[in-house]
Write a protein of this length. Sequence first.
Length: 141
Amino acid sequence: MPPRQPRERYFTPSEANLELQKLRPRIERAVDQLRTCKTLYQQLRNNEPMSEEQRVATAREASRLREEVRHFVEELSETGIEVKGLDPALLDFPALHQGREVLLCWKQGERAITSWHTIEEGFAGRAPVVDADSGAWEWLN
């Protein structure tokens, strides 16, 4: 496996929380769009009674919603934020903690980013963010 390339952007816990607050309405919208998209595709798979015109409109709407969600995920990825899921929403913000690359982790339903984990351990290895504004969290942007 080739070595990981350094990231272009790392977030401090404070920066990640500010970004999360700005993104929250769009995240909630994407979650709702994804759920609606899944419902529409399920209706099509189940051959629910509808006219051919309704079937075509349903397929178009599902496709449009899927494309909007995909575009939003790409936008987040371009900022360095990793989208691990949208149902529920799960986001990782790259960070440097005591010189080591880690991920600040947020799961839908949490008020703020209060956890982090190593890249290797993933979500199961979540640890609390301690001293969010201390020198343990580096800013290298």
